[in-house]
Write a protein that binds this ligand. Structure first.
Ligand SMILES: [Zn+2]
Length: 233
């Protein structure tokens, strides 16, 4: 299995998500097709969100009342402070609900701190961004798990995001690469070490085919792939 069938959260186009490394579990995070990733790179992450999802906070002693808001499908690092007058135009019910209810969960700034990089996704359609004389290109998206939030809240972030080029971000990239390296070594080690005979509990079955299948299963297991063997004898 090399990829996953997915539906883009914005335009609902289907597509295959390529993984590095391949993964068999369901896809966490909001997935976007390559066209919408292009939009995200050119116009910013908020261009691929369907708008304000929730209000978290009010404080800030400013002349105009403001709210801290989270956007659909976006991590808390992309939250904005929005003036009440602006928010009331489209999200008056969110505003009135927020005023009425006591916030059971208090917003935490640690939700904006990357905790772990889970996966790396290659962006197939390259986009070159020219600013002054420099032409840069964003090659990858990272699936980021955030501090204090579960894996369900992991989000895909462009590799040129400022929080990934920070010292912490760079450390997380290194950690990811080390984990991948280790996993690769495990797979290589596993495929070389072949059993010369079956474990003691099964030694009554002296069959070369069974031994071959057991070795094959061990290989799949080490690579994290699913496998089923049938023995109808
Ligand atoms: Zn799309």
């Amino acid at each position: 299995m090399n990829g996953h069938e997915n539906v883009c959260a914005l335009c609902y186009k289907g597509g295959e998500l390529l993984w590095i490394p391949p993964l068999n579990d369901s896809v966490p995070g909001v997935w976007h097709c390559s066209q919408c990733v292009k939009k995200k790179i050119l116009f910013g992450v908020h261009s691929v969100s369907e708008g304000v999802e929730s209000i978290w906070d009010v404080p800030r002693r400013v002349r105009q009342r403001q709210y801290l808001v989270t956007y659909h499908g976006l991590a808390h690092i992309h939250n904005h402070w929005v003036p009440e007058t602006q928010l009331l135009l489209e999200y008056s019910s969110l505003v009135s609900n927020f005023v009425e209810k006591d916030q059971a969960v208090k917003w935490s700034p640690e939700w904006m701190v990357p905790h772990r990089l889970l996966l790396k996704r290659y962006i197939q359609d390259k986009i070159y961004i020219a600013s002054s004389d420099v032409i840069s290109v964003c090659n990858y998206e990272w699936l980021v798990k955030w501090r204090g939030l579960s894996y369900d809240h992991a989000t895909w972030e462009l590799e040129d995001s400022y929080f990934l080029s920070s010292p912490l971000g760079q450390k997380l990239v290194k950690d990811y690469e080390i984990r991948c390296q280790k996993a690769k070594q495990e797979v290589n080690k596993g495929s070389i070490v072949k059993l010369s005979e079956l474990p003691a509990s099964q030694s009554l079955v002296n069959d070369n085919d069974v031994l071959k299948n057991v070795n094959k299963l061990r290989e799949f297991l080490l690579k994290g792939q699913n496998a089923v063997a049938f023995n109808d004898q």
